[in-house]
Write a protein that binds this ligand. Structure first.
Ligand SMILES: [Zn+2]
Length: 464
């Protein structure tokens, strides 16, 4: 059966466009070699791809070919096996570059990522999703159960892993690396793009939080920095991929993403709760429309022509860096800067940029952050509220799947249960997330705060 499974994979990956007619024997023979199996002649096979992989994985296990016990070692083997059928990076790039348009290009890259198990779609579909109707909007939560638990051997290997090369998990130099505890990237491919004249790479996220979740990262290992250049990069991206959005985490701790050391963005083909947010129009000119969103994390939406949107966004980013309003607790800096911005760009007929204003200051009364999840909610989520959450989709930890079956019996939830409405567990989690977003808002929803926010936003359209 090993031979028929290899034949099935050869046919499947050829039909995906990963190898040509002349590559078949070469790829098959290398697969036989990896499995330490005597090669035989090709025969058509009716085994589906997933069953073929399972069969070959079992054969590898039986023959002692896996480097260790646990899911990571299995993923590593599958990655190495799949890589035998993959085009080399330059061949992959040429295939994508020759696609008729950007939509065809992402359709193919995404299908390849899913059909080679780079995107763990069979695990992602186990994630739990729920929509919660808050008073200001419908928000969404997802409990992320797709990332497998680490085995003891993986944890041991991770603790002895040497640092330095590649500098981080986002670096382009990860392509082709696969040894546990590294993620399985033997078969990983990235696509080079140019944003604002700078080298970036496009890849999909193995554990998608939303449809066609992609990561765009700089060719150079350099820190996240929300500067005016991000605006130009984003508008370049939506010019090249008008069917995708692109978004950025902030560049400061507490309000930033989990990786601040490598400049990168999140994108994909999905809408978020903030996209449906009601808005108050502040200015509506032919070239630029400015609207304050009725959203708990203070946000503005700029839409219109490219140059006008870019100019307004850059003025707002610069002005926010220096903005203080002590009566609302907003201080631009103490011994270090505190103000930063999340961005989200889209393109329809107009360019659209949404800016969310953030502040990461802490004080004695709020050691975790003044505009951060209050302690009462941290039993549900204590991590940073990054861009995807800020636009309305909560990524909640896997432990909640078991914990939510018996909140009432768990000591750590006692105070929390007193303040959340009596409801189904997922509704209670949705409520909690809707309150977390309010905690993160710098201008609260009272009239004085919203007036101050509008006064600040005038920078976008009155200071031209
Ligand atoms: Zn890096």
């Amino acid at each position: 059966m090993i031979d028929r499974a290899i034949d099935a994979l050869t046919d499947h990956y050829q039909s995906l466009g990963l190898l040509g007619q002349l590559d078949r024997e070469y790829c098959r023979n290398r697969a036989f070699s990896l499995l330490q199996e005597e090669p035989v002649a090709y025969q058509p096979s009716s085994i589906d791809r997933r069953s073929a992989l399972q069969l070959l994985l079992q054969a590898a296990r039986d023959k002692g070919l896996l480097a260790g016990e646990g899911v990571a070692f299995e993923d590593d083997f599958i990655a190495r096996l799949t890589d035998l059928f993959m085009p080399r990076p330059s061949e992959y790039t040429a295939i994508v570059a020759n696609m008729p348009d950007a939509k065809a290009a992402t359709d193919w890259m995404y299908r390849v990522a899913v059909d080679t198990d780079y995107v763990k779609s069979d695990r992602v579909k186990n994630n739990i999703h729920h929509r919660y109707q808050a008073e200001y909007a419908q928000v969404e939560i997802t409990i992320n159960v797709s990332k497998p638990e680490k085995s003891p051997e993986e944890i041991r290997l991770a603790s002895t892993a040497s640092a330095g090369y590649p500098a981080c998990l986002l670096c382009r130099e990860n392509v082709g690396l696969s040894d546990v505890p590294r993620p399985p990237r033997a078969h990983h491919r990235i696509y080079p793009i140019s944003l604002n004249g700078e080298d970036y790479f496009f890849q999909y996220s193995p554990y998608s939080y939303f449809n066609e979740h992609c990561i765009i990262f700089s060719g150079e290992h350099r820190p996240m920095a929300i500067t005016q250049a991000v605006v130009d990069r984003f508008l370049d991206f939506v010019d090249q991929f008008p069917h995708y959005f692109i978004s950025a985490n902030a560049d400061l701790p507490i309000v930033g993403g989990s990786i601040l050391t490598h400049d990168h963005y999140q994108g994909g083909r999905a809408l978020f709760p903030i996209d449906a947010s009601p808005e108050t129009i502040l200015s509506d000119e032919a070239e630029l429309r400015v609207a304050r969103l009725d959203w708990p994390i203070s946000a503005v939406r700029l839409s219109g022509q490219r140059a006008a949107v870019a100019g307004a966004a850059k003025r707002l980013i610069e002005a926010w860096r220096d903005y203080s309003k002590p009566e609302f607790g907003i201080l631009a800096r103490t011994d270090r800067p505190h103000n930063t911005v999340n961005l989200l760009a889209r393109r329809g007929e107009d360019y659209q940029l949404t800016l969310l204003f953030r502040n990461n200051r802490t004080d004695q009364a709020h050691p975790d952050g003044i505009f951060h999840t209050r302690p009462i909610w941290q039993v549900v989520k204590r991590e940073n509220i990054g861009i995807i959450e800020a636009i309305g989709l909560a990524i909640l930890p896997a432990r909640l799947v078991t914990e939510m079956a018996h909140f009432e019996e768990l000591e750590q939830y006692r105070d929390w249960l007193r303040v959340v409405p009596e409801a189904e567990p997922l509704e209670r989690l949705g409520y909690t997330f809707s309150e977390i977003l309010k905690d993160c808002g710098v201008f609260k929803q009272d009239e004085a705060s919203q007036q101050a926010f509008e006064d600040f936003l005038r920078v976008a359209y009155e200071n031209d």
